[in-house]
Design a protein around this ligand. Structure first.
Ligand code: GLC
Length: 433
């Protein structure tokens, strides 16, 4: 009996300890997750002094540039055409509902007036302006959410323990000091979550830098995530670690792939029940690239957004601003095109969940309550719909009724008008029961 009570007490203490460590999102956080999912479309901004080199944000590592040489770009960084209001209104015009901007990328340069290091846009450039502060004000004024990308890895600081990248930047690997670096990051995150208004999410990147360590690297994420949630309970935590979601995370990120696909090689992880986000480039790089013939067309981007929404995920579409502070003309043109399409068909995207049918020969679908939106990429006269629900009505976007009936094999068949075209998507409204 005594033994049994002892076992019971141990079990209860164990459970208690587990419950203490277990992350339970607050009410504000849950609300914020739902709002995040409903937004469906955001714009990613990769901007830093790397834009001066015109070769993407990995330039320092790829070209093996010494960090001190690289830092000279800061002394010439003067993005005099930067106008936060213009950025935000162009982005808003695309139909995007949030912006995720790089606050500090792997090169270690901070894009705000941080007190934790002089290597920042206010202290180290002749520009002396806190662009994140300006962006935060413009976002609040125009009703766009602001998220911060934050790199866990740093190719410039010597206290950051060496991972598998950034070995040729002239750092002394013996000077690594994780507790110091960890404190530095937490101080920076505290600034970002204290002085820049409500932040929709912190978007971490760089975890994979230590994925080849012989002893698993302890990033002390629990404590860092808890600090973020303490400072702003509605702030969502996401980490582009390419692994299954970890405790304390509120969204799941997929790099360059729609959840369930793995064409880029970063997305073998399980799909969680958290809100999902796919980040993707408009061209071939995240940071500004001076020659880049690989811009996706407006049509391709719209279809990509639709396919992502079909999986219930958000699309975070990237732009790499120029060193002068302007968004490239090619990006502005795409923002406009997407905005025009969403201006008409937004109802079939925002606030929807994954559709009942995806990856179909004709296209995909999204759902909102009893309405199932079919997004047709390849119009065929007879669209087969292997649905588990009853279809009461089918209509073209302008309300024109379409013929739909269930065949003997139990599959619904929709008749499209002859000569129907999809440029780039034909959206059909099905009323289901
Ligand atoms: C990768 C890259 C990084 C980029 C990120 C965006 O992790 O290292 O440069 O910021 O993807 O998804």
């Amino acid at each position: 009996m005594k033994r049994l009570s002892l076992i019971l007490i141990c079990a209860l203490v164990g459970l208690g300890a587990m419950a203490q460590n277990e992350y339970v999102p607050t009410e504000e956080n849950r609300k914020s997750r739902q709002e995040f999912s409903d937004m469906k479309f955001g714009i990613f901004i990769h901007w830093g002094i790397y834009s001066m080199y015109g070769n993407g944000e990995w330039f320092m590592n790829i070209a093996g540039v010494n960090a001190k040489e690289y830092a000279k770009a800061a002394d010439a960084f003067y993005p005099h055409r930067f106008n936060a209001e213009e950025w935000v209104s162009a982005i808003k015009g695309s139909g995007a509902k949030y912006i995720t901007i790089t606050s500090r990328h792997h090169d270690g340069f901070s894009m705000w007036g941080t007190k934790q290091s002089d290597y920042n846009i206010v202290d180290a450039t002749p520009f002396h302006r806190d662009v994140l502060k300006e962006l935060s004000a413009a976002c609040q004024e125009q009703g766009i959410r602001l998220h911060f990308y934050y790199s866990h890895l740093d190719w410039t600081r010597e206290d950051y323990p060496w991972g598998r990248t950034g070995h040729h930047t002239g750092r002394d690997s013996t000077k690594a000091d994780w507790p110091h670096y960890y404190q530095f990051m937490n101080n920076q995150l505290t600034e970002l979550l204290t002085n820049y208004g409500p932040i929709g999410a912190i978007w971490f990147d760089g975890f994979w830098d230590h994925d080849e360590d012989s002893v698993p690297f302890d990033w002390q994420l629990d404590e860092q995530y808890a600090m973020i949630h303490r400072l702003q309970p509605a702030c969502l935590v996401g980490n582009n670690h390419h692994e299954n979601v970890l405790p304390g995370e509120d969204i799941q990120i997929f790099e360059r792939d729609i959840p369930g696909r793995n064409t880029a090689g970063y997305s073998g992880q399980d799909i969680s029940l958290l809100p999902l986000e796919t980040c993707q480039t408009m061209n071939s790089m995240w940071g500004y690239k001076v020659t880049d013939p690989y811009y996706k067309s407006v049509e391709e981007l719209i279809r990509y957004l639709v396919e992502t929404a079909g999986k219930g995920a958000n699309l975070l579409l990237n732009i790499g601003p120029q060193p002068n502070g302007e968004l490239p003309a090619a990006a502005l043109e795409r923002l406009k095109g997407m905005g025009e399409w969403l201006g008409t068909y937004g109802e079939a995207i925002y606030g929807t969940t994954a559709g009942d049918l995806q990856d179909q020969p004709w296209g995909t679908s999204t759902r909102k309550g009893s309405t199932l939106f079919l997004h047709i990429f390849n119009p065929m006269q007879d669209i087969a719909l292997p649905l588990n629900c009853k279809v009461q009505k089918a209509q073209l976007w302008d309300g024109t009724p379409l013929k739909v009936k269930k065949s003997k094999d139990g599959i619904w068949h929709l008749q499209l008008p002859e000569g129907a075209t999809a440029d780039p998507v034909m959206v059909i409204r099905l009323t289901t029961k």
